[in-house]
Write a protein that binds this ligand. Structure first.
Ligand code: ACO
Length: 448
């Protein structure tokens, strides 16, 4: 198969959110800490009605309906998630309900988990399958679904929730440049979930930021060297029209782009202009470790890279700023933001993606955008995703209500024998929701 990639996409996030400006005041943080300091506008969260299973049921059903895909045409279904609801039964098996109805049980794939990287693993598994000799001519479907929730404290405002489904096949409008993948994997304790009785991670915030930037450096190095091997010319950020980052919060994305720019400076690349070079010169003698700690380098590189950030990165920031960290879905929600913002002007463009999952696993890879064939075109993907409509129809909750929901969900995590409230008025038609969990932990969902 040729030009394998994403044929179609859909995104779902709950209609319930809290404004960061209000959360910041409620938490007693200094004004601007969450909105400017973290760079976030809103945080979307699941109420007791929704979870990673319901969100993935919603998004997969919606994708199949809106692109009119016969469920029998799916031959591989992969789910990336780091929200564990069951230690054995994968979310993929819940999604099989959709396919069993049409008599299709011949579908490979299970769940992939490693923090925010699981979605990328799921996507790669689908792409690799379509490119392989075991491909049977049907579509792959990669699903990312997560609810990011943190204990009270500085990490809590970086929560979020969403699910994304991506249909994979040949002759795709969003085609992988498979040869240029650069990966970095390593053993660190920056963010992990050792307490199986709690949904909350143990997180070393500062270490996770440094690990993210170190992984970015390593992946960029690998990505550039693979590109250079095949293209016989140097790669720099000028060769990328858009750069999309996993987005725990927007400030880290700003720092990450500046870090790539610093890498280009160190590699003496043509993407760095003379004036910027002069400003960066004092930092050329820092050791690598020093360079992760230098506040001056961080500030200077962000300042000299600002115009390029606005051009190449800013279009990807819409959904991540509005919804928050969506863990496995975060990178693909950022990518969906580029599609939404640059809809009519993407054919021929290269989009570089950086996926990071704590613990850690990370990959940089790229897409080339092409004309597709209806219904698999960029403009149709934009119409189906209806991002403005979804963002505008959200319901803003006061912080008190968000905190109340977090408390309730702490009790509900891992619990049995309960029913949820029947109040589904905020959910739009077609949304799946949790109705009850019985005495042997079986979960029952309904569709509004
Ligand atoms: N106005 C403007 N900016 C402010 C204000 C204010 N009133 N107050 C603080 N800030 C700035 C700080 O200067 C800082 O910005 P800087 O990094 O550019 O200096 C920023 O706000 C954050 O404030 P800090 O005090 O540094 O950080 P804090 O202790 O509040 O925690 C952190 C932030 C570490 C990101 C925390 O939210 C966290 O642990 N998040 C989860 C971990 C995470 O997402 N890691 C990323 C990769 S791993 C993953 O994806 C899960």
């Amino acid at each position: 198969a040729k030009e394998v990639g994403i044929l179609a996409m859909d995104i779902y996030f709950p209609p319930t959110c809290v404004k960061q400006e209000e959360l910041e005041a409620y938490d007693g943080a200094s004004k601007g800490k969450y909105t400017i300091g973290l760079g976030q506008d809103c945080l979307t969260f699941c109420t007791e009605l929704e979870d990673v299973i319901s969100m993935s049921l919603t998004v997969v059903t919606s994708l199949l309906e809106k692109y009119q895909i016969d469920p029998k045409r799916i031959g591989r279904l992969e789910v990336g998630t780091e929200t564990v609801i069951d230690k054995s039964k994968s979310i993929k098996t819940w999604l099989m309900q959709i396919f069993e109805e049409s008599g299709n049980t011949d579908i490979e794939g299970v769940d992939s988990t490693n923090a925010c990287y699981g979605g990328t693993a799921a996507l790669f598994n689908c792409v690799n399958w379509v490119e392989s000799s075991s491909w049977d001519g049907r579509y792959g479907l990669a699903v990312c679904t997560d609810s990011a929730v943190y204990a009270e404290g500085p990490a809590r405002p970086t929560g979020g929730a969403a699910a994304i489904a991506m249909l994979i096949g040949p002759n795709a409008p969003i085609a992988f440049e498979s040869k240029y993948r650069g990966t970095h994997m390593s053993h660190v304790y920056d963010f992990y979930k050792p307490n199986l009785a709690s949904e909350y991670p143990v997180v070393d915030g500062k270490l996770s930021q440094t690990c993210y930037l170190m992984a970015l450096d390593q992946c960029y190095k690998q990505f550039c060297s693979k590109f250079e091997k095949y293209e016989e010319k140097q790669f720099s950020i000028s060769d990328a029209d858009y750069i999309v980052f996993h987005s725990p919060y927007n400030k880290l994305v700003q720092k990450s782009f500046a870090r790539l720019y610093f890498n280009d400076f160190l590699r003496n690349s043509s993407s760095v202009q003379k004036e910027a070079k002069e400003k960066m010169e004092p930092f050329s003698s820092l050791t690598r470790d020093e360079s992760y700690q230098s506040r001056d380098l961080e500030k200077t590189s962000q300042q000299v890279a600002k115009d390029l950030y606005d051009e190449k990165v800013q279009p990807s920031t819409l959904i991540p700023k509005q919804v928050g960290n969506m863990y496995t879905a975060s990178l693909y929600a950022a990518f969906a933001s580029v599609l939404h913002n640059k809809l009519s002007n993407l054919v021929g463009k290269r989009i570089v993606m950086f996926s990071y999952g704590s613990g850690l696993s990370s990959t940089m890879f790229s897409f080339r955008i092409q004309d597709g064939q209806h219904p698999f075109t960029i403009s149709n993907i934009g119409t189906v995703m209806n991002i403005n409509g979804k963002l505008e129809s959200r319901h803003v909750f006061p912080p008190e209500k968000f905190i109340e929901t977090m408390k309730l969900m702490e009790h509900r995590y891992g619990a049995k024998d309960f029913v949820t409230a029947k109040e589904t008025s905020l959910l739009s038609p077609g949304t799946f929701y949790l109705e009850r969990v019985d005495s042997v932990y079986r979960r029952f969902y309904a569709k509004k």
